[in-house]
Design a protein around this ligand. Structure first.
Ligand SMILES: [Zn+2]
Length: 241
């Protein structure tokens, strides 16, 4: 099993629980996380670092991010758009600019993107549609059933990341049924989005197994077959061997 999205940097300074997992992809929200992820990857070879700047961290310096890149990095992100009601027009423009820079970076360094898109599905689709040869994941996919096809039709190769809320949000089950099996990967978004039966507590990468279990029920397949399909997807996207 692979948790393709966890936050384990010093800001969260937790005990790292990764028993039973083949890999954990470490998502980064800011420069500090990016640096921490690189350090963590040296401590445990199952921890695969991403570097990136989240749309809530638009004041972090992109040039510094670019300098952090090296061979250890498996992905760029999480980056993207978060257009909640409190975000003003100036900050929306800054988010778009920072997103575009990270898209171009992912092309230049040949790494997939981890895309965060909240209340900005149409804008995200429009921007991603302007670039060729992109690969990546729409992390914690929340674009609904209808947009799956639109993301799928984007140039490049796109995957959908589904999290622990699948265990308690009925609507997400329909979404999972509509995602092509070879484009689904699973995440915890630790320390957030803790699945049932630990909902309300802090999340950890090991709990990704509850998301795998839920998918195996939805697919009506054995846990072994489900695991094989999903892990192959994650390995293909992040080039994990
Ligand atoms: Zn995240």
């Amino acid at each position: 099993m692979i948790d393709t999205h966890a936050h384990l940097s010093s800001r969260f300074s937790e005990e790292i629980k990764i028993e039973g997992l083949t890999y954990v992809v470490l998502a980064a929200s800011c420069l500090q996380d990016s640096e921490d992820n690189l350090k963590l990857s040296e401590i445990n070879k199952k921890l695969m670092p991403a570097i990136g700047i989240h749309p809530q961290e638009i004041n972090d310096d992109f040039a510094t991010l670019e300098k952090l890149f090296d061979d250890r990095v498996v992905a760029i992100g999480e980056c993207g758009l978060e257009f909640t009601d409190e975000v003003n027009e100036t900050d929306k423009k800054k988010q778009i600019e920072l997103f575009r820079k990270q898209i171009v970076m992912s092309q230049n360094v040949n790494r997939p993107l981890i895309v965060h898109s909240r209340q900005a599905s149409d804008e995200t689709l429009e921007i991603l549609g302007e670039y060729k040869n992109l690969r990546g994941v729409i992390h914690c996919y929340s674009g609904g059933k209808k947009r799956i096809k639109k993301y799928f039709e984007l140039p490049g190769e796109w995957y959908f990341g589904i999290d622990g809320n699948l265990t308690y949000e009925i609507g997400l089950e329909e979404v999972v049924k509509n995602i092509p099996k070879d484009r689904l990967i699973l995440e915890t978004d630790s320390p957030y989005l803790t699945p049932v039966p630990f909902r309300g507590e802090k999340n950890c990468p090991e709990y990704v197994k509850y998301v795998y279990q839920k998918v195996s029920e939805i697919w009506q397949m054995s846990i072994e077959t489900t695991e094989k399909i999903i892990d192959d997807n994650a390995k293909r996207l992040f080039k994990l061997v």
